[in-house]
Design a protein around this ligand. Structure first.
Ligand code: XUL
Ligand code: CO
Length: 435
């Protein structure tokens, strides 16, 4: 049984190949600094975009050809397990990620949902054992079902809090069963539409309460997993609580969660927050909280989360530079939270799109390593901040100065000269690394 009869294992054919179903830059077995590219990049496939997304949009019906669909939701779920492992094996991705609702139908009760999850994860586990493919992260979808209309942990309805807690408990049990390396919370509908009826402090306290319960339960069941929060500024709520990396760090520090949580950062969420992706990664890194990456790209001309496969080489390079500076991304990875455009509706497009994303990140990674090896940014920054290496700058850094002594210095040195950044030259030079 094959779902992708047109595709054999995707192989590296080099930059000159015109084969759409081959890698041109990502060579999984290529060794760089003692590790294979596959080990460095830790690519993951998202179950929701690859297996369940149907190509519908607010203006049009489902268009995606997906041969695993049947009239029976459980049969479809089983087909999807076979299909995703065929896909993962052929695309040579070492990891996958899922929401609970992506893999199994909810049925008519929580009991039935849990039973379906048990059955499907039995199949998934067997496939994982057979292929060596691993779970980067899973999460609970606490935003699609109508019960989450006002949020999950932040819902004003305590019954919804309880249901969400049950889903998280199950999610952690599945994570343990499948050896998940991370567990993600993306704040679905945790946010608000208007402050007229919202107690923001209460809602955030309750969110923190659920996170603490998750930490406690993972310890109780003896599951070592890296918890991650995925910031996003808006959509579906007007104001998401985990707005961006800085806001989320403030939340984690305030509620004493920073020792157990890192961040899962998504490129398109950064764009929506008015940041570059590298900004978000840099903020996280400064807090030692760069956990994992949801790789995609948005469209600056469109104000919503378009989740496109990443093909912008400069953006990928600057993102990978942060990863290089971070000493790698493990135990996180690079998860393609990306969906094919509606016009790319054929089954093979799933391969073509992932290849484009993997090639782009492979090129970005190599460019980032060249930038690091040449000390491109290191030199630039060392020169820019050189005034702190000697004289008054060194005294400031050594905490030898105070306002009085600095006033004395300034009175004697008030004819200040600055230097041009020549930033246009820098930007043009950066292009040399991209091609
Ligand atoms: C939503 C989003 C989610 C999370 C997982 O914008 O990015 O798919 O990655 O819930
Ligand atoms: Co995401």
């Amino acid at each position: 049984m094959t779902y992708f009869p047109n595709v054999d294992k995707v192989l590296y054919e080099g930059p000159d190949s015109t084969n759409m179903l081959a890698f041109h830059h990502y060579n999984p077995e290529e060794i760089i600094n003692g590790k294979t590219m596959k080990e460095h990049l830790r690519f993951a496939v998202a179950y929701w975009h690859t297996m369940t997304q149907d190509g519908s949009d607010p203006f049009g019906a489902a268009v995606n050809v997906r041969t695993w669909l049947t009239d029976d939701p459980m049969e479809t779920a089983k087909n999807r397990v076979t299909a995703i492992f065929e896909f993962l094996t052929k695309i040579d991705a070492p990891y996958f990620c899922f929401h609970d609702v992506d893999i199994a139908p909810e049925g008519n009760s929580l009991k039935e949902f849990n039973r379906n999850l048990d059955d499907i994860t039995d199949l998934i586990k067997a496939k994982m054992d057979e292929t060596g493919i691993k779970l980067l992260w899973n999460t609970a979808n606490m935003f699609t079902n109508p019960r989450f209309i006002h949020g999950a942990a932040s819902s004003p309805n305590a019954e919804v809090f309880a249901y969400a807690a049950a889903q998280v408990k199950k999610g952690l049990e599945l994570s343990k069963k499948l050896g998940g390396e991370n567990y993600v919370f993306w704040g679905g509908r945790e946010g608000y539409e208007t402050l007229l009826n919202t107690d923001m402090k209460f809602e955030q306290e309750n969110s923190a309460r659920l996170f603490h319960m998750a930490i406690d339960y993972a310890k109780e069941i003896g599951h070592q997993v890296q918890f991650l929060i995925e910031p996003k500024p808006m959509e579906p709520t007007k104001h998401q609580y985990d707005f961006d990396a800085a806001t989320t760090m403030a939340f984690l520090l305030k509620y004493n969660l920073d020792q157990d949580f890192k961040l899962n950062l998504e490129a398109n969420h950064a764009t929506l927050a008015g940041h570059t992706f590298e900004h978000e990664l840099n903020v996280a890194r400064n807090y030692n909280a760069l956990g994992s990456i949801d790789a995609n790209q948005g469209d600056v001309l469109l104000g919503w989360d378009t989740d496109e496969f990443p093909t912008d080489l400069q953006a990928a390079t600057l993102a990978m530079y942060e990863v290089v500076e971070n000493g790698g991304i493990a135990p996180g990875g690079i998860n393609f939270d990306s969906k094919v455009r509606r016009s790319s509706f054929e089954m093979d497009d799933l391969f073509i799109a992932h290849i484009a994303g993997m090639d782009t990140f492979a090129r970005g990674f190599k460019a980032a390593l060249r930038l690091k090896a040449d000390g491109f940014f290191d030199t630039l920054k060392a020169e820019r901040y050189a005034s702190y290496q000697t004289g008054i700058g060194a005294d400031i850094l050594a905490n030898k100065m105070d306002l009085k002594s600095l006033e004395q210095y300034a009175l004697a040195h008030d004819q200040i000269t600055n230097q041009s950044s020549h930033i246009e030259y820098v930007k043009s030079k950066l292009n040399d690394y991209l091609v």
